[in-house]
Design a protein around this ligand. Structure first.
Ligand SMILES: Cc1cc2nc3c(=O)[nH]c(=O)nc-3n(C[C@H](O)[C@H](O)[C@H](O)COP(=O)(O)O)c2cc1C
Length: 325
């Protein structure tokens, strides 16, 4: 069996994957989603240049928590030799729980593309291929690539690039249906995802505007993608993974989660952050996601941004619970 076949099998078991999101998909976030149906989850992207001098704090972005059975690690950079060393280092640190290594050719952030990294690699396909070959040569796990449909609208080269990467030994590609220039605006073009899936024999993961279980199922049915990424659609809705799978497999309509259940999930998420990473500032962002649509949500949002400690957050949830009851 090839690595592509292995991935195809994993995708078939649960085709709804937690997408990589820098600043979001830390261990706590991933565990929230895993406890609700996500099987394959990605780390936040890490710099191959940074890994060469990584301290334990950087490695914490890569190495899964004890509770996590697996991890997909996403790397970004622009130097083939740095990718080769990073692949070896990640394999050594993560060990058996490493499912795959993904190369980021999708990130549109200015500070990334000005260095020729992320989505800028779509404009330098020779270098993109060289990087993929360097990673594949050292990898004992599948190497995948996440790209956009093109860097700009007049250069939508995802199908060509995907074919080239397939030749270089890449086991699967993911396509976010926007150009890099679009950032996160406009509507994702799912037909462009389908075009890539038609152009290659390796499995393709579709990404873009999967905000509901229904959208996940539609992308799977309307495109030739083997799996779909849920990114912003998991904000305050870690249930989307089990909901989408139940809808896809058995036609089960996703249940409505009431305020009580959402607040319990927020408590659980806060506790995971407290236990796994001392980054309570992140809680200010995700806490407001769970409060969306609740009575007095605007007022609670104002209070959330004032919280700094775990204890303050939990005391606030007590108040909100009392208000909702
Ligand atoms: C806050 C944030 C951080 C992201 N970070 C990454 C990243 O590190 N690597 C990556 O490949 N994509 C990243 N993405 C892109 C997502 O994985 C996904 O492809 C994109 O958001 C489109 O999906 P959506 O419309 O369902 O959100 C990020 C997106 C968001 C919103």
């Amino acid at each position: 069996m090839s690595f592509s076949d292995d991935l195809r099998k994993l995708y078939a078991e649960q085709p709804i994957l937690l997408a990589p999101m820098a600043g979001v998909t830390d261990a706590a976030y991933r565990i929230m989603c895993r406890r609700r149906g996500a099987r394959l989850a990605f780390s936040e992207m890490v710099s191959v240049a940074g890994l060469a001098y990584a301290n334990d704090k950087t490695w914490r972005l890569v190495v899964p928590a004890d509770e996590e059975p697996q991890i997909c690690v996403q790397l970004f950079g622009s130097k083939p030799e740095q990718f080769a060393s990073a692949v070896e280092a990640v394999q050594e640190r993560v060990g058996d729980r490493l499912t795959l290594i993904d190369i980021n050719m999708a990130c549109p952030a200015r500070k990334v593309i000005t260095k020729g990294e992320g989505s800028a690699l779509m404009e330098t396909p020779e270098l993109a291929e060289e990087i993929a070959r360097a990673a594949v040569a050292r990898a004992q796990v599948p190497v995948t690539v996440k790209m956009r449909i093109g860097f700009r609208s007049d250069a939508r080269n995802a199908p060509e690039l995907a074919r080239r990467l397939e030749d270089a030994g890449v086991a699967a590609v993911a396509v976010h249906g926007r150009t890099a220039k679009q950032l996160y605006t406009g509507q994702a073009d799912w037909s462009a995802i389908d075009e890539v899936a038609q152009a290659v024999s390796i499995p393709v993961v579709g990404s873009g505007d999967v905000f509901t279980a229904d959208a996940a199922v539609r992308m799977l049915r309307e495109t030739a993608a083997s799996a779909v990424f849920v990114a912003r659609g998991s904000y305050g809705n870690p249930w989307i993974f089990e909901d989408a799978l139940a809808l896809y497999r058995d036609g089960v309509t996703p249940p409505v989660r009431d305020a009580r259940e959402r607040l319990a999930a927020l408590r659980e998420h806060l506790t995971l952050v407290h236990e796994h990473l001392p980054l309570m500032a992140r809680a200010r962002t995700f806490a407001t996601w769970y409060l969306k649509g609740m009575p007095h949500a605007a007022q609670w949002r104002g209070r959330v941004v004032q919280c700094t400690t775990y204890e303050e957050f939990m005391a606030l949830v007590d108040e909100i619970e009392a208000d909702v009851a």
